[in-house]
Design a protein around this ligand. Sequence first.
Ligand code: SAM
Length: 239
Amino acid sequence: MASKVRLFVDHPLAEGQTVPLEAAQAHYLSGVMRLPMGSVISVFDGRSGEFDATLAQANKRGGSLEIGAKTKAFMPPPDLWLCFAPIKKARTDFIVEKAAEMGASRIVPVLTAFTNSERVRTDRLQAHAIEAAEQCGGTYVPQVAEPVKLAKLLDGWPEGRRLMFCDEALVGESGALPDAPGPWAVLIGPEGGFSDTERSRLRRLDHAHPVSLGPRILRADTAAVAALTLWQMRLGDWQ
Ligand code: SAM
């Protein structure tokens, strides 16, 4: 049986409710997926779990869903931010998509000294995070924050959150992730790596833990996936 279409709806969900569809969502369900009225799909709102929903109306202006039984409890990811320096567009899209699939709770584009990417379209990146959540069966959608300069991010760093500083200068050396539960963030630099000034500031921070991602230099998108895997296996919800 083909797996049910899954749709994120930014609307609180509860059994018996009627939920409006935006025009693009109605077009996707009836135009692209060619679902007849009465079809049952899965919907989630990122806060209350996943529900069955019956397609009641779909036209050029929008449509509506009738919400049925809850099929999956809400499962928030661990409190883990992915902070990364944006790179070329397609690879930045990839990083955001993987972060959503791999259980980051928040995604923060960070502008560092050597970040050389064009403007970051936060609305497009948020749409990628939503698509990834729809595809991977997650009931949570990480928020993609507005880009922030590294110095400003560190100046306002939240009390109690540890920072997994993926430092390419540790390539080939040891730099293990401490076994410390609680809120964390992963930090991945740009293609050009971190500047000496950035590295010395980061290494002075009590809450920052310089970590090696092995004996080879990884591309930033590879490093993001490797770091999220390492953290989830060690401290997250993959055990
Ligand atoms: N231009 C840098 C160089 O040649 O040394 C490489 C930067 S790398 C392409 C991008 C980011 O991925 C780095 O800033 C770091 O955060 C992470 N990274 C890549 N390889 C790593 C490693 N072996 N250990 C720790 N972090 C790594």
